[in-house]
Design a protein around this ligand. Structure first.
Ligand SMILES: *[C@@H]1O[C@H](CO)[C@@H](O)[C@H](O)[C@H]1NC(C)=O
Ligand SMILES: *[C@@H]1O[C@H](CO)[C@@H](O)[C@H](O)[C@H]1NC(C)=O
Ligand SMILES: *[C@@H]1O[C@H](CO)[C@@H](O)[C@H](O)[C@H]1NC(C)=O
Ligand SMILES: *[C@@H]1O[C@H](CO)[C@@H](O)[C@H](O)[C@H]1NC(C)=O
Ligand SMILES: *[C@@H]1O[C@H](CO)[C@@H](O)[C@H](O)[C@H]1NC(C)=O
Ligand SMILES: *[C@@H]1O[C@H](CO)[C@@H](O)[C@H](O)[C@H]1NC(C)=O
Ligand SMILES: *[C@@H]1O[C@H](CO)[C@@H](O)[C@H](O)[C@H]1NC(C)=O
Ligand SMILES: *[C@@H]1O[C@H](CO)[C@@H](O)[C@H](O)[C@H]1NC(C)=O
Length: 811
C-alpha cells in the first residue's frame, strides 16, 4: 500500500517534471513547482524561476535568474527573509483564494505568497521574458492586467523596464535593497530609492545615513551624471500625480544588462553590469560612486567638491570656510559661509550664477514646473529662507522653477556637465566682484543721487507752495508724494504674506506683520479685491494719512499699488488694538485706570486733530476699539482712515448714499439717515469711552434687563445715582472716582441723540483736562436693546456683524 502510494506520487511528480522540462512559462490551479524537480522558464528563454541556494548557504530560496547565462545570477528572490531549510519547498495555488503560496511540504507553513487582494476567475502565475513574474487572470482579455508582479517588489536588482520609485495611488515604493551577504539574500543595509521631495531624486542610503545622490532629474538626465555618456542605456524619469519613478532601458535589446546594489563590492556599491558573451562574464559598464566627490556632503554646507582641485573640497565662489583652521586640516564638515553675510532678508539681494553643478540635496525644496526663471527668481527673493533657484528642466532654454531653502548640501562640480544654479548673495558681494560693474554702479549711484536731490528740492519747493496756496487741487499729483514700496519688498518682509505673520482681519482685508531689510517692523494692510473699497477710497486713505502727523495717529509709511495688490504699509504697533485688552479678562488687568484715562485723552486729542487741527477736516466715520492701536507705552494711536473723507473749508456735514461704519458705534442720524458729521464721530467716541470704562462691548452687551443695551444700562445707572457700578472690575483699586465719574458724564454727553447737543472734540478735550462743572446729560440715543420703543430716541440699529459694513442706499 505504501509502495503504491509512493509510486503514485513519483509518477505524479514525474509528470509535472516533464511538464516543466518542456519549458512551461506559467502555472495555474492544478500545477505547482517544487524544489529540485521543476521550474518555470520564460517564453523567450531569458529567465527561469526555481529553487536555489546562494553561495555556501544550504537554505533554499525561490528565485529568478538568467536562464541562458552559465554564471548563476539571481535577480529576484521571493522568500528572501524566510528561507526554507530543506528541499521541501513547493509553490502552488492557495486553494481558497487566487494567490500563489510557497510552502514547506513537511510543514505546512507559508514561506511566501503573492498578496493580491483581487479575486481572479482563473488565476495563473507567469514568468515573462523581461524577468517579471506576474499573477493574472487567464480569463482577463487584457494580459497586461497584473494582479501582482515581482517588478513591484524588487530585491537588489533593477532590470531594464523595471520602475524604481513610487506609485502614489497605492503608496507602493519600489526600491532596491542589497543582500546581506553573498550567502544571504535577506535585506542588507544598502538601499537605493526615490526620495519623494518636492523635487524628487534617487538617493542611496547606508542604513539611515544618506550616502550617495545622483542629483535631481533635469529633463535630460540626473544632474550629477558625468558628461561621459552611457550610450548603451536610456534613462527616463517620470513625475506626475500618479507616479514618480525612474526606469532604465537597454538601447540595444540584444544586450543583457542589470543594475545591482552590491554591498561586498569594494569599487562600486551600485553597478550597471553588462553580460559579455565573448568573455562569458559580467562587465562593469557604470559604477557608483565614481569618485570621492560622490560621497554625500563631503564638503559640508555650501561647499563644492571639485575633483581637479586640491584639496577637492572648495567653498562655492563668494563663500569662505566657516572654520578656517579646521578646514585647512581637511575636515570640511562645517562647510562654508558667505563672505558677506545676508543681513535679514535684503530685497536687493542678488543671485550669483554657478554653472556645471550637481544640484544640491533636494530635501528642502519647492518646485513649480510651469514657472519660468524670472518668476522663479522673484519667488526665491520673496522668501527669506530661499537660498537658491534654478530651472527644473534645462531643455529648450530652460523651464520650471526649483528653489532651495537653507544650506546647500552635496554640490559637486561636473566638468563639462552639470547644471546652473543661482545662489543668493548680498548685493555688495556681487558688485565688489566685478570692477567694471563697480564703475557702472558708481556712475548710476551718482546719477541717482543727483536725481534724488533734484526731487527733494522740488518736493520742498512744492510743499512750501501748497502750504501757501491751500488745498485747492487734490489729485494725482498728490500720489507722487507717497513713498511707494515695491511688492517684492513687502512680500519678502511679510514672508510672502504667510499666515504666521497675519495680525488680524481689518474691515477691508487682512493685516500682516512684516520686517523690512533694515529691521524696521511694519504692519501691512492688504486690501482684499472683493472688499467694497475701490481705488478711490484707497487713494483717499493713502493721501490723507500720509499727510497727517500726530502722536495719536498711526503713521502710514507708504503704499504699494501693483497689479492686483493694494497694500498700505503702517508703522507696527506691538501691542495690538484696544479691544484686545479691554474686553479680555486677563489682559484687561494690564490697563489700570490711569492708563485707560490716558488712552481716552489720547484718542480725544487724535480725533480733535482730525476734526480741527489738521489742515483738512477729517471725519473718521469708523472709530471703534479695534481701530485704536497701542504702542509699546500703551499710548493710543487711531488707525484705519479708509472711510474718512475730506472736506475743504467750513463744511462740517454731508450726506452720503454710502453708509460706512460699524454698528454699535454709529450715531443714530448716521445709521438711520446716512447723515454724518464730526458729531457722529463724537458719538462713536462716547461709546468708546463707555467701553473703556466698563470693559464691555457696546454690541453684544446683555444685561439682566434685556431691553437695555450698554448705553441704556449706563444711562439707567447714571439716573439712579450709582454710575460707579459701571466700572470694569479689572480697574480695581487704581480707580480715581472723580475722574471716572467725570468720564462717564462726558461719554453720556457725547452720546446725546441730537448732534447739536453733543460737545465738539475740543470741548471734550477741555472737559477731560479740567475740573470745572459739566452740563447734565439727557437720555442718550440708542438706549434700548432688542425691544424697540416707539420714540425716535430709542430706535435700535439693525444688528450686524462686528466688522465694518458698507451699506449702499438706493437714492
Ligand atoms: C528546519 O527548521 C525547522 C523549524 O524551523 C526545524 O525544526 C528543523 O530542525 C530544521 N531542519 C534543519 C535540517 O535544520
Ligand atoms: C489562502 O488564502 C486565504 C485567503 O486569501 C487565507 O485566509 C489562507 O490562509 C491562505 N492559505 C494559505 C495556505 O496560505
Ligand atoms: C512547523 O513549523 C513550526 C515552526 O515554523 C513548528 O513549530 C512546527 O512544529 C512544525 N510542524 C511540523 C509538522 O514540522
Ligand atoms: C505584499 O507583500 C509585500 C512584501 O512581499 C509587502 O511589502 C506589501 O505590503 C504586501 N501588500 C499587501 C497589499 O499586503
Ligand atoms: C546589438 O548588439 C548585438 C550584439 O552585441 C550586435 O550584434 C548588434 O549589431 C547590435 N545592434 C545595434 C543596433 O547596435
Ligand atoms: C558583488 O561584488 C563582488 C565583488 O566584486 C562579486 O564577487 C559579486 O558577485 C557581486 N555580487 C552581485 C550580486 O553582483
Ligand atoms: C505654478 O506657476 C504657475 C505660473 O506662474 C501658476 O499659475 C500656478 O498657480 C503655480 N502653481 C503652484 C502650485 O504654485
Ligand atoms: C518660505 O519657505 C519656508 C520653507 O523653509 C516655508 O515653510 C514657507 O512657507 C515659505 N514661505 C512662502 C511664502 O512660500
Amino acid at each position: 500500500m505504501e509502495n503504491l502510494l509512493s509510486l503514485f506520487l513519483t509518477t505524479f511528480t514525474l509528470v509535472s517534471f516533464f511538464k516543466t522540462a518542456s519549458a512551461v512559462d506559467l502555472i495555474a490551479q492544478t500545477h505547482s513547482i517544487s524544489d529540485g524537480k521543476s521550474s518555470l522558464v520564460s517564453k523567450g528563454g531569458s529567465f527561469k524561476l526555481g529553487f536555489f541556494s546562494p553561495g555556501k548557504s544550504k537554505n533554499r530560496y525561490l528565485g529568478i535568474w538568467y536562464n541562458n547565462i552559465r554564471e548563476e545570477t539571481v535577480v529576484w528572490v521571493a522568500n528572501r527573509d524566510k528561507p526554507i531549510n530543506d528541499s521541501s519547498g513547493i509553490l502552488k495555488m492557495n486553494t481558497t483564494g487566487s494567490n500563489f503560496v510557497l510552502l514547506g511540504q513537511n510543514n505546512n507553513s507559508v514561506f511566501w505568497s503573492t498578496n493580491s487582494s483581487k479575486q481572479a476567475q482563473s488565476p495563473i502565475l507567469q514568468l515573462l521574458d523581461s524577468g517579471n513574474l506576474v499573477l493574472r487572470d487567464e480569463k482577463d482579455e487584457n494580459a497586461q492586467n497584473y494582479l501582482w508582479q515581482s517588478f513591484d517588489y524588487p530585491c537588489d536588482t533593477l532590470l531594464p523596464g523595471m520602475k524604481l520609485g513610487w506609485d502614489l495611488r497605492t503608496g507602493l515604493n519600489r526600491r532596491l535593497t542589497s543582500w546581506k551577504s553573498e550567502d544571504d539574500p535577506s535585506p542588507g543595509d544598502l538601499t537605493w530609492e526615490m526620495e519623494l521631495h518636492s523635487f524628487p531624486e534617487p538617493v542611496m542610503w547606508m542604513g539611515s545615513k544618506e550616502f550617495l545622490r545622483s542629483g535631481p532629474w533635469n529633463g535630460i538626465q540626473f544632474s550629477g551624471k558625468p558628461t561621459k555618456s552611457l550610450p548603451l542605456l536610456k534613462f527616463s524619469f517620470i513625475s506626475n500625480e500618479d507616479e514618480v519613478y525612474t526606469i532604465i532601458h537597454m538601447v540595444n535589446n540584444s544586450l543583457i544588462g542589470r543594475m545591482v546594489l552590491n554591498r561586498t563590492s569594494s569599487r562600486s556599491l551600485r553597478q550597471f553590469l553588462i553580460w559579455s558573451e565573448t568573455d562569458k562574464k559580467w562587465t562593469l559598464y557604470a559604477g557608483f560612486p565614481r569618485d570621492q566627490c560622490d560621497s554625500y556632503g563631503i564638503c559640508g554646507a555650501n561647499g563644492n567638491c571639485v575633483l581637479s582641485a586640491s584639496p577637492f573640497c572648495q567653498c562655492l565662489e563668494r563663500f569662505r570656510p566657516k572654520l578656517e583652521e579646521k578646514w585647512n586640516t581637511n575636515d570640511w564638515s562645517d562647510g562654508c559661509v558667505r563672505n558677506k553675510p545676508l543681513k535679514y532678508c535684503q530685497i536687493n539681494d542678488r543671485f550669483a550664477k554657478y554653472e556645471g553643478l550637481k544640484l544640491p540635496d533636494t530635501t528642502h525644496t519647492w518646485i513649480n514646473r510651469s514657472m519660468n526663471l524670472k518668476e522663479c527668481r522673484a519667488k526665491c527673493l520673496s522668501n527669506c529662507t530661499c537660498m537658491a533657484y534654478t530651472n527644473t528642466d534645462v531643455r529648450e532654454g530652460g523651464s520650471g522653477c526649483a528653489i532651495w531653502f537653507g544650506d546647500l548640501i552635496d554640490i559637486k562640480q561636473i566638468p563639462g556637465g552639470g547644471q546652473y544654479l543661482y545662489v543668493r548673495v548680498s548685493a555688495s558681494e556681487l558688485e565688489a566682484k566685478d570692477e567694471k560693474w563697480m564703475v557702472g554702479v558708481i556712475v548710476a549711484a551718482a546719477a541717482a543721487l543727483i536725481l534724488v536731490m533734484l526731487l527733494v528740492g522740488y518736493y520742498i519747493w512744492r510743499r512750501r507752495r501748497t502750504d501757501f496756496e491751500g488745498e485747492g487741487n487734490e489729485g494725482q499729483k498728490e500720489d507722487m508724494e507717497l513713498p511707494s514700496f515695491d511688492l517684492s519688498v513687502i512680500a519678502s518682509a511679510t514672508d510672502n504674506f504667510s499666515l504666521s505673520n497675519k495680525l488680524g482681519e481689518g474691515g477691508f482685508g487682512p493685516v500682516y506683520k512684516g520686517r523690512l531689510a533694515d529691521g524696521q517692523e511694519i504692519a501691512v494692510k492688504r486690501l482684499s479685491r472683493t472688499s467694497g473699497q475701490g481705488l478711490r477710497e484707497l487713494k483717499n486713505e493713502v493721501i490723507l494719512i500720509a499727510k497727517l502727523q500726530h502722536r495719536n495717529l498711526v503713521r502710514l509709511l507708504g503704499c504699494c499699488i501693483q497689479g492686483a495688490e493694494n497694500l498700505l504699509i503702517y508703522e507696527f504697533m506691538p501691542n495690538k488694538s484696544l479691544d484686545f485688552f479691554i474686553f479680555d479678562q486677563t489682559r484687561g488687568k494690564l490697563l489700570d485706570w490711569p492708563k485707560r484715562f490716558n488712552i481716552i485723552g489720547g484718542v480725544a486729542r487724535g480725533l480733535l486733530y482730525l476734526h480741527q487741527d489738521s489742515r483738512l477736516r477729517i471725519i473718521h466715520r469708523d472709530l471703534k476699539a479695534s481701530n485704536v492701536l497701542l504702542d509699546t507705552g500703551l499710548n493710543p494711536k487711531i488707525s484705519d482712515f479708509g472711510l474718512a473723507r475730506t472736506f475743504g473749508g467750513d463744511e462740517t456735514e454731508g450726506n452720503t448714499n454710502r453708509v460706512v461704519g460699524t454698528y454699535g458705534y454709529m450715531a443714530p442720524e448716521y445709521a438711520i439717515d446716512g447723515q454724518f458729521s464730526i458729531k457722529s464721530d463724537v458719538f462713536s467716541f462716547g461709546i468708546l469711552m463707555l467701553e473703556i470704562i466698563s470693559g464691555k462691548r457696546s454690541k453684544g452687551f446683555y444685561h439682566m434687563n434685556q431691553s437695555l443695551n450698554l448705553i441704556g444700562h449706563a444711562w439707567r445707572l447714571w439716573k439712579e445715582g450709582r454710575p460707579l457700578e459701571l466700572i470694569d472690575e479689572n480697574i480695581g483699586d487704581s480707580c480715581i472716582e472723580s475722574e471716572v465719574l467725570r468720564s462717564i458724564q462726558i461719554s453720556l454727553l457725547c452720546m446725546q441723540l441730537r448732534p447739536e447737543d453733543r460737545p465738539t472734540m475740543s470741548s471734550v478735550v477741555q472737559m477731560l483736562g479740567s475740573e470745572r462743572p459739566l452740563p447734565q446729560p439727557t437720555e442718550p440715543g440708542f438706549c434700548l436693546g432688542q425691544n424697540t420703543g416707539d420714540s425716535a430716541s430709542t430706535t435700535q440699529p439693525p444688528s450686524a456683524n462686528e466688522v465694518t459694513i458698507t451699506l449702499l442706499e438706493g437714492r
